[in-house]
Design a protein around this ligand. Structure first.
Ligand code: ADP
Length: 504
C-alpha cells in the first residue's frame, strides 16, 4: 500500500507550545469551576424537588393525619366534638368518620363533594364502609396496638381519576359521665395526589432556573476571571521586560492580596536587580581602573628603564615591584571572595593563640615608622577557628585603618573578654564613615569615596571578605563610626575552653 505524503511528514511541536497546551487560562479554569458548581447545585435541586417531592409530601400528609387524630382523641368527650371535627375537615381537607365499636356512627362529616353532589359523589372512601367493615376495622386496629395506617389507590367515580389515598384509624376507650364504658373508632382519610401537578410546575420552574444559573455562572466566571487575570497579565508583560534588562519597570500593587504581594516582591526584585546592575557596571569601571593604573605605571617605568640607561635605578625598579604587588593583591582579593562566596573554601579549624596571631600581623607594619600601633591584650586568648582566614580578617581591618588613618597616625587594637567570647576592636581616628553608609560598606565592591585616590587604593572587597569569613565562623561583627572622629571596627568569636596563661 502506498502511503501518502501527508502521513509520513514528521511533526514537531516546540516545548513552549506543549506547555501552553497543558496550562489552562484563569478564565477557562474559572468557567469550568463555576459551571461544575452550577451543575451540582441544579442536580441537587432536581433530585430533592422532583425525586423526593412525593416522599416529602406523603410524610407531611401522614404527620398531619396523625396529629389530627390526636386532636380528636383529646376532645373525644367534648360537647363540641362535632364542630371541632368540622373545623379540622375544613382546615385540612381530611375526611373524618367517628363510630363506636359496633359501627354506629357518632360523628360523620360530609365531604364538600358530598354536600354539593350527594352521597355518590362524596370523593371519599369512608362512606363505602358498611357497619361490618367498621367493626372489622375496629377489631384490627385494637389488635394492631391502637392505630393502623394504610395507603392505596382508588378510582373516583366523578372524575374517573386514579387517586392515591392514605387512611388512618385509631381506637379510644373511655368511661362517660354515667360511668358507661365507651369505645370509639376514629377513621380519617386524605388524598395525596395533587403532588403530580406540583411536580409539573416545579419542573418548568427548574428548567428556567437551570438556564438562568448556567448563563449567570458563565457571566460571573468571566467577570471574576477578568478581575483576577488582568493584573496578572499586566505583571507578566512587565516581568518579561524585567527579564530583558529593563529594571525601571513598575508593578502595580493592586488586585487581590496574593497579587499585591507578588507585585511587591517583583518591585523588590527589580530594585535589587537594578542595584546589582549598578554595582556590576561600577565594578567593571573600578576594576578596569584599578588594573589599568598599575599596568600603565609598570609599562611606563619599564619603557623608561629600557630606553634611558641612566633611569635603570633601584627606585624605579621598586615602583615596578610595588605596582606588581598591588595588582597581585587585587587579583587575590577577587579570587578569595569568589571562593568564599561559592563555598569552595572550607574552614580548616584548629586551636590557636589569637593574641599571638594578631601580634604577628602587626609586626608586618613595623616598617611604617611614622605610624603608632597599640595592642591592648591583657591575656592570651585561644580560639578554635581557621587560622589563615581569621588572620585575613584582622589584616583587612588593620589595613583599612591604615588606609583611612587620622592625623594622629595612631591605630589602636583592643582585646576584650566577654564571658566565653573574645572581642577584637580596631580603632582609628580618621575620616569616619557617614551613618547612612555603615550598612553598605559590607557589600561587595562598595566604596564610600567613589573617586579614586591613589593613596587609598582599595577594591571595595576587604570588608566583604571579613563579613563572609566571620559569617562562616558564626561570629558577630560591626562598626561604630563618627565622621571626622574615627571608626571602631569589631568582631566577636567564641574562645576555646583551655585558656592560655596570663601575659605578664
Ligand atoms: P576598600 O578596599 O575600598 O577599603 P572595604 O570593603 O575594605 O574596601 O571597605 C569598603 C569601604 O568602607 C571603603 O571604601 C571605605 O569607604 C569604607 N571604610 C572601610 N574601613 C574604613 C575606615 N577604617 N575608615 C573609614 N572608612 C572606611
Amino acid at each position: 500500500m502506498k502511503t501518502t505524503e501527508a502521513e509520513i511528514v514528521p511533526e514537531y511541536i516546540s516545548s513552549k507550545e506543549k506547555r501552553k497546551k497543558k496550562h489552562l487560562r484563569v478564565n477557562t479554569q474559572m468557567l469550568i469551576g463555576f459551571e461544575i458548581f452550577t451543575v451540582i447545585i441544579i442536580v441537587i435541586l432536581w433530585v430533592f424537588q422532583i425525586g423526593f417531592l412525593d416522599t416529602f409530601y406523603e410524610n407531611i400528609k401522614k404527620d398531619e393525619v396523625r396529629s389530627t387524630a390526636q386532636e380528636i382523641v383529646n376532645n373525644i368527650q367534648s360537647d363540641d366534638l362535632d364542630s371541632i371535627v368540622l373545623g379540622l375537615f375544613v382546615d385540612r381537607q381530611i375526611n373524618i368518620h367517628i363510630s363506636d365499636e359496633l359501627g354506629n356512627p357518632v360523628v360523620y362529616v360530609k365531604t364538600i363533594n358530598e354536600m354539593l353532589y350527594g352521597y355518590d359523589q362524596a370523593n371519599s372512601t369512608l362512606q363505602d364502609y358498611s357497619r361490618f367493615d367498621l367493626i372489622e376495622r375496629f377489631d384490627n386496629t385494637v389488635l394492631a396496638g391502637g392505630s393502623i395506617m394504610t395507603e392505596f389507590t382508588v378510582r373516583r367515580e366523578r372524575t374517573l381519576r386514579e387517586i392515591r389515598v392514605i387512611d388512618y384509624s385509631v381506637t379510644v376507650h373511655f368511661a362517660d359521665e354515667s360511668g358507661n364504658q365507651q369505645n370509639r373508632l376514629i377513621f380519617l382519610e386524605t388524598e395525596i395526589t395533587p403532588v403530580d401537578a406540583t411536580v409539573d410546575t416545579l419542573q418548568i420552574q427548574l428548567m428556567w432556573l437551570t438556564g438562568i444559573m448556567i448563563v449567570l455562572g458563565i457571566a460571573l466566571a468571566f467577570i471574576i476571571a477578568k478581575r483576577i487575570s488582568k493584573p496578572i497579565v499586566a505583571m507578566n508583560t512587565n516581568a518579561k521586560k524585567l527579564a530583558q534588562g529593563n529594571y525601571s519597570v513598575h508593578f502595580d500593587e493592586e488586585g487581590s492580596r496574593e497579587v499585591t504581594e507578588l507585585a511587591q516582591t517583583m518591585n523588590y526584585a527589580a530594585k535589587e536587580l537594578s542595584k546589582v546592575e549598578a554595582l556590576r557596571s561600577e565594578l567593571i569601571a573600578n576594576v578596569s581602573h584599578d588594573l589599568r593604573t598599575p599596568l600603565t605605571m609598570i609599562k611606563g617605568y619599564s619603557e623608561v628603564m629600557r630606553d634611558l640607561p641612566g633611569e635603570n635605578s633601584p627606585e624605579n625598579l621598586q615602583v615596578v615591584i610595588d605596582e606588581t604587588a598591588r595588582l597581585a593583591d587585587l587579583v587575590n582579593d577577587m579570587l578569595d571572595l569568589s571562593r568564599l562566596e561559592s563555598g569552595a573554601a572550607p574552614l580548616d579549624i584548629e586551636r590557636f593563640n589569637l593574641t599571638e596571631e594578631i601580634r604577628e600581623i602587626l609586626k608586618r607594619y613595623d616598617k611604617l615608622a611614622d605610624f603608632t600601633f597599640t595592642f591592648d591584650a591583657p591575656e592570651e586568648v585561644y580560639i578554635e577557628a581557621d587560622r589563615l582566614k581569621i588572620s585575613q580578617v584582622v589584616y583587612n581591618l588593620v589595613s583599612n585603618a591604615v588606609n583611612y588613618i587620622g592625623e594622629d597616625k595612631r591605630i589602636i587594637l583592643r582585646q576584650i573578654m566577654l564571658g566565653d567570647k573574645v572581642r577584637i576592636e580596631v580603632i582609628d581616628h580618621g575620616q569616619g564613615i557617614p551613618a547612612d553608609k555603615l550598612r553598605d560598606i559590607w557589600d561587595r565592591y562598595y566604596k564610600v569615596d567613589k573617586e579614586h585616590k591613589r593613596a587609598q587604593v582599595g577594591t571595595g572587597l576587604g570588608l566583604s571578605i571579613v563579613k563572609n569569613i566571620l559569617d562562616m565562623h558564626g561570629g558577630t561583627y560591626g562598626v561604630s563610626s563618627r565622621e571626622n572622629v574615627g571608626s571602631t571596627f569589631w568582631f566577636e568569636l567564641k574562645t576555646s575552653e583551655i585558656k592560655g596563661e596570663r601575659n605578664e
